[in-house]
Design a protein around this ligand. Structure first.
Ligand SMILES: [Fe+2]
Length: 403
């Protein structure tokens, strides 16, 4: 009885989000796609009269020389640049502040993210801080970015996060590792380049984990109660592309066409997620990230089949549609059977990638605290199709124990 009253409250929060997403315009970045498109983006940055750009990236990408063609292009266009390569996985406010002080010292007039979700999220916050007199803490929450950000350009080098199109940026507390969200349409980049040629060197495990993150965005937004005709189109396109191409990208990483298809799939999933949001997979995965430092994509991959098992009775028809666009044989099958085919296919893919559906570090005594954190995040933010109470969530997480 108490839980059903609570669910009424959670649903009214989501109803508020529904109104907000209808009245609040969400911009889309100008998009460049295809091998070499990252260099086209540089040309457009020059058209925008960019004088000096802060490039936000990580040391690995600098060391392997992935930036070199881009830097040569900027030189040829007389666009000056400064490189900040201090971004680590799960970027912190300390990293954002360090990037901002370089930007201010060199009087940069634009920010270019070159990397995965961490570099893009940090670049979003650097460009927001550059024009708003607010700390990262003061930007946390919804619609706290008052002024337009410094022009932000992004070149993702992984296909997963969707940050190139999303209204959000995630920042971690350096001490507690707790993640916080900054959500504002002003964080959507001005331009993005989806250049599959930059992704051919990505190792198989990172390809698999980031690809599973993108797939989770597509699935969670498709079964969301905020899903619409528009988001359905993007989520189905993303699922089709990712289910077909992710196994190939893991197996044959140097295939540019496959990498390009994954980049597009991740982008479409990001578009769907931006309006229809996420669900319990992300909430539980975030609680693992905070407690055990489980990387985001690996956390989502391990949680995804368990949450789908739980949600299936409420969303069998939707999962059956995802099975169909994934090329599975759904002819003459009930929605429930087709949905099960889809969940089974995900488990098969995870096994072939060497990704587990259990978590070595997970301890039984930690489960109540993990469930509490996940439910707090989910129930105040995500339009989930079937609510869980504390005991149910503990049961779902319990299935991820080893043995
Ligand atoms: Fe994600």
């Amino acid at each position: 009885m108490l839980f059903s009253l609570q669910v009424k409250g959670y649903k009214s929060i989501i109803a508020g989000f529904k109104v907000l997403t209808k009245v609040l315009p969400v911009p889309k970045p100008t998009l460049f796609t295809g091998p070499g498109s990252s260099l086209e983006l540089c040309v457009s940055m020059a058209h925008m009269d960019t004088k000096k750009v802060l490039i936000v990236t990580d040391k690995v990408l600098v060391e392997i020389g992935l930036l070199k063609p881009l830097l040569a292009k900027l030189d040829s266009l007389n666009v000056a640049y400064v490189i900040y390569d201090g971004i680590l996985p799960d970027p912190t406010n300390v990293q954002v502040d360090a990037g901002l002080s370089i930007l201010e010292r060199h009087r940069c007039d634009a920010v270019l993210a070159f990397g995965g979700g961490s570099s893009m999220d940090a670049a979003k916050l650097i460009s927001a801080r550059a024009t708003n007199k607010k700390t990262v803490e003061q930007l946390q929450g919804v619609l706290k970015v008052r002024k337009a950000c410094l022009p932000l350009y992004v070149i993702p080098t992984t296909a997963g996060t969707g940050s190139e199109v999303s209204v959000g940026a995630v920042v971690s507390d350096p001490n507690t590792h707790k993640k916080s969200l900054v959500i504002d349409p002003k964080l959507v980049p001005k331009m993005a380049a989806l250049d599959g040629a930059l992704m051919t060197g990505l190792p198989p495990m990172i390809t698999a984990a980031t690809g599973m993150d993108a797939l989770t965005h597509a699935i969670e937004s498709y079964v969301s109660v905020l899903a619409s005709e528009e988001t359905d189109g993007y989520a189905l396109a993303a699922t089709r592309l990712i289910m077909e191409n992710l196994p190939k990208a893991v197996e044959q990483g140097d295939d540019v066409d496959v990498r390009q298809a994954m980049a597009m799939g991740s982008f479409y999933a990001g578009l769907s997620m931006t309006k229809a949001s996420l669900g319990y997979v992300h909430a539980i995965s975030h609680s693992f990230g905070a407690k055990y430092r489980t990387p985001h994509g690996i956390g989502n991959a391990l949680v995804l089949p368990h949450v789908l098992d739980y949600s299936k009775p409420a969303v069998a028809e939707r999962l059956a549609k995802l099975a169909e666009v994934s090329g599975l044989d759904v002819a003459n099958k009930s929605d429930s059977d087709a949905a099960q085919l889809f969940i089974d296919r995900i488990r098969e893919m995870l096994e072939s990638f060497g990704l587990s559906t259990t978590l070595d570090l997970l301890k039984r005594e930690d489960i109540p605290e993990l469930a509490k954190a996940a439910l707090k995040e989910a129930h105040y933010n995500y339009p989930v199709p079937l609510y869980m109470d504390q005991r149910t969530c503990e049961g779902v997480i319990g299935k991820m124990l080893v043995g």
